[in-house]
Design a protein around this ligand. Sequence first.
Ligand SMILES: *Cc1c(COP(=O)(O)O)cnc(C)c1O
Length: 463
Amino acid sequence: MSRSAHPAGPRHADVLTEGHYSAPPADLNALDPKVWSHTVSRTGDGVVSVGGLEVTALAEEFGTPAYFVDETDFRERARAWRTAFGHDADVFYAGKAFLSRAVVRWLHEEGLNLDVCSGGELATALSAGMPADRIAFHGNNKSEDEIRTAIETGVGRIVLDSFQEIVRVAHIAQSLGKRQRVQIRVTVGVEAHTHEFIATAHEDQKFGIALADGQAAEAVRRALALDALDLVGIHSHIGSQIFDMAGFEVAARRVVALLAAVRDEHGVELPEIDLGGGLGIAYTSDDDPREPHEIAKALSEIVTRECEAAKLRTPRISVEPGRAIVGPTAFTLYEVGTIKPLDGLRTYVSVDGGMSDNIRTALYDAEYSVALVSRTSDAEPMLVRVVGKHCESGDIVVKDAFLPADLAPGDLIAVPATGAYCRSMASNYNHALRPPVVAVKDGAARVIVRRETEEDLLRLDVG
Ligand SMILES: *Cc1c(COP(=O)(O)O)cnc(C)c1O
């Protein structure tokens, strides 16, 4: 569907050109299975339920705002990735999308590995029992303490991100009397079709070492020369919220070309290639994400073909989906507060959270959907902007959406697909208390990350 204005939209032409909304959906009560987690549906009385529990009861028990994660759906998606890639490949869940100890246990049980990019994420993973050799450590500026902890605990690989880090990691490994498995992160010069802030493989950015002008080949040369490093592969991550496989195709081709050059120069065939994460999900009905099995097939075909052409043994492939696993599995539940109709423009619907629990709209101009979930309504669609309660006019949760015109304070609305990069990026702006994450499964709900309290805030304030 094209993102065009609709006759039922606002009347002013300037607003029409500014908006990104589609036409109002035919049925405002419908829940598009593309954007809602698998166990979400409406019960006979019109209330939305997840995992067999109605949101009205959940709001009563856990309060709002709150994130509800559909554990069944999370496990299904994790398993789908695992199964799609089979035994010849590894799936590393990108912990930065959302990490908690429960999530680590789910991943471990479903046979996935884990990416971390800070000491805090590593501590969380280890404390929940993820075996260190199934953890990869990322980051463009890992501290010496982080590197030391990673090596001491035996992480499966450290992904080297700069020339300085090659030396730093080797030095620390040597001082600990260890040989560390590493990959080198390269930038392949692909600019994925995504928001500029989250496109990471073009060269003018902070991550990785450029393939262009021989930099990556030089990094390989230096890593191979250091006994404390066991260089096992090349890593590429081209961006986030990507739908088009063309970027991965180019990335795979260029990484394989580097493997061939390394073989020619050093007589070494590096056994691993990591193609990163970045696969897109549906935030609105306009998005059409690919299934894990399609992605797995496409990636392994590309790598196999390129390796055959270069007469290389096909390396072990790994991928690092974050958003594509956790994103669609959760929604944020809010209570509607002030409703402010602006004549001829739109109606501002304020909720009890905002940019402190979902910064993505302000940060990336991200799009979201929203639905009235505590009841159904037959009222006309009204064009709304869902905003938070923070002291910023950019405090927008959903920029353009339709909700029924009889929406009232006290109604519950939910924003789907908030599993990734919402709780993990949550802040205490305005001394907001970060919402809890509640896991729901088979008629039972349990808090996996509790709501922050004023006591929590004051505990840090030691002046
Ligand atoms: C962020 C990141 C990912 C995950 O990205 P998604 O878009 O959540 O799939 C994977 N690998 C690396 C290196 C990353 O930085």
